[in-house]
Design a protein around this ligand. Structure first.
Ligand SMILES: *Cc1c(COP(=O)(O)O)cnc(C)c1O
Length: 215
């Protein structure tokens, strides 16, 4: 599907949900995609991309940014504390803040450098053991902890279990964001971004539907 098709579907989903046109940000997830798939999207003028791994992103985006100008980069995958400095230098937004130790590291580096990316707290809404994210009962407390560290938390992010109906997960994430006065919701991927928009997503993360299957 082309980028234009996805943008059209996003606009239609915004309209159906009676949301303002342009209220949903499209993050084109370029992880593991060959250059031949990414360049046409850059050439079309799109400037918001998502990556899963710091190392992979550091290896390819500086050259592309030299050629196409500044791109807004979002880190979507788990972040190890020993990669935090590199991640903060490259990414404008991090979607995977998921534990106190990482929060303290980001806060320390923000103090030191005077800058910090915008942050989403990742919530493991399905309580899946193999998945990153703070568990639901701990979320309100963790948001408060991040705020006490002066971290710029703008919203919540989730990845619903693969086989589950995503709607209840999106609903729960939206409720948690609402009661904590967080304005942004990072939810919805290739297969469910329209459902996510119906439930209030402000940032959808779409990879394979734009670029084709990975690897
Ligand atoms: C890979 C990935 C996506 C994009 O997935 P698609 O199904 O290809 O749209 C979105 N969010 C995260 C966190 C991912 O790892």
């Amino acid at each position: 599907m082309s980028l234009t098709d996805i943008q059209t579907r996003i606009s239609q989903a915004e309209a159906r949900a009676e949301r303002a046109p342009g209220s949903v940000h499209l993050i084109a997830v370029s992880k593991e995609q060959p250059e031949s798939h990414v360049l046409p999207i850059l050439e079309s003028g799109h400037r918001v991309f998502g990556e899963n791994r710091v190392q992979e992103a550091v290896g390819k985006w500086p050259a592309w940014q030299e050629r196409f100008g500044k791109v807004e980069l979002h880190l979507l995958g788990p972040l190890q504390t020993n990669k935090a400095r590199q991640a903060m230098a490259l990414f404008q937004v991090i979607h995977s803040l998921d534990r106190p130790k990482l929060a303290r590291t980001l806060a320390r580096l923000a103090q030191e450098t005077g800058a910090c990316p915008q942050l989403f707290i990742q919530v493991n809404t399905g309580a899946e053991p193999q998945k990153a994210g703070i568990l639901q009962p701990d979320t309100d407390g963790f948001i408060a902890e991040c705020r006490s560290l002066d971290l710029p938390v703008i919203g919540l992010m989730c990845i619903p279990p693969v086989e589950a109906d995503p709607a209840p997960h999106f609903e729960q994430l939206a409720a948690m964001a609402r009661r904590n006065d967080l304005p942004c919701l990072s939810m919805g991927m290739s297969d469910d971004f329209e459902t996510a928009i119906a439930h209030g997503a402000t940032h959808v993360r779409v990879g394979s539907a734009i670029f084709g299957a990975r690897g």
